[in-house]
Design a protein around this ligand. Structure first.
Ligand code: NAP
Length: 307
């Protein structure tokens, strides 16, 4: 029987592990499908406080893990296959084996939705990105492309005009899903250009190891052409990793956990941290902060129950 099990080993999960390990609760962290979370997909992180020269995303998340291990946190490969949160102790099935825990911190994150282009994954961190706040800075005076027609795409396009000399928004339809205010802001920005009814067929150049251009296709005319770009930002939404808790943890229609204040969920003893609940900020530092909150709440809960 565990006191604390943490699902997810990104910034949120690892920070929850530091706090609960330091409180002597010997947390078990289930690493999940993408150990290290979104940070493990980035390169230089320049906005995490405390690193004046910046720090590589994978190093940052690994450092937090080591810090947690120094206090006695345990890490285990694997992902949750089934969960029974109907009574305490909670039960989780991991790699065919059931384990029990008094409290649970869900920090399983949200994965960025990608286009599924042949070369997209190979160029992540080398021109392909899903986070303008993280990577926009590297494209000063460069040509940037943003894919998507929702609020995220408009927000990222506007933000990226601070850096790029031109930001081209490519959207697959004529109509945009983005709200009027976000749309107007992008339309009134002289650096933003729109290309509609257009799909991206592939992104180049894996040979050079960085993005140099993309191939586009207009779905109305079938015209295919190449466009030179330096930064390729995919903003077509995120998918929170909550499928395994469906019907147990309350979520919004898109699957993000609904917070019941602080780090609390609808189930007493189950707490949330990071992108699995946060669709607004999605930063390493906010995820770390939520990890701290979830661990403190778990600790107080256990203490109140006399453990
Ligand atoms: P979203 O609203 O689901 O929009 C996703 C966009 O990506 C849509 O335009 C969609 O095209 C496009 N798309 C999806 N799959 C695609 C594919 N395979 N190929 C090409 N295009 C694809 O997602 P979001 O923009 O991330 O926003 C999510 C939620 O957060 C929304 O509720 C939004 O309002 C909110 N949000 C708010 C703010 C803000 O207010 N500041 C900022 C960001 C997000 P279609 O339109 O053709 O489906």
């Amino acid at each position: 029987m565990r006191d604390v099990v943490i699902i997810g080993s990104g910034c949120a999960g690892n920070t929850a592990a530091v706090y609960s390990a330091r409180a002597n609760l010997k947390p078990l962290v289930i690493k999940g499908h993408e150990p290290g979370g979104q940070l493990s997909l980035t390169t230089l992180v320049e906005n995490f406080p405390g690193f004046p020269e910046g720090i590589n995303g994978p190093d940052l998340v690994e450092n937090i893990k080591k810090q947690a291990e120094n206090f006695g946190a345990e890490y285990r490969e694997g992902a949750v296959e089934e969960a029974d949160l109907s009574k305490r102790p909670f039960r989780l099935k991991i790699d065919g084996e059931w384990l029990e825990t008094r409290t649970l911190i869900v920090a399983s994150g949200a994965k960025a939705r990608w286009l599924g282009l042949p070369n997209e994954q190979k160029l992540i961190g080398h021109g392909v990105s899903s986070c303008a706040t993280c990577d926009g800075f590297f494209y000063r005076d460069k040509k940037i492309m943003v894919i998507g027609g929702g609020d995220s795409a408009m927000e990222e396009a506007n933000f990226l005009t601070r850096f790029g000399k031109e930001v081209m928004v490519v959207h697959r339809r004529e109509q945009f899903r983005a709200s009027k205010i976000m749309m107007d802001r992008a339309r009134n920005n002289p650096k933003v250009k729109f290309v509609t009814s257009t799909l991206v067929e592939d992104v180049y150049d894996t040979g050079k190891g960085l993005v140099t251009g993309v191939r586009l296709r207009n779905v109305a005319t079938n015209k295919v052409w190449d466009e030179e770009v330096d930064g390729f930002f995919v903003a077509i939404g995120h998918i929170p990793n909550t499928a395994v808790f469906r019907g147990q943890l309350e979520t919004d229609p898109d699957g993000y956990i609904l917070s019941k204040g602080g780090a609390r969920t609808n189930i007493v003893g189950v707490f949330h941290a990071g992108d699995v609940q946060d669709r607004v900020y999605r930063q390493a530092v906010t995820a770390a902060g939520m990890g701290c909150m979830a661990a403190m709440e778990a600790e107080r809960f256990l203490e109140a129950e006399g453990h």
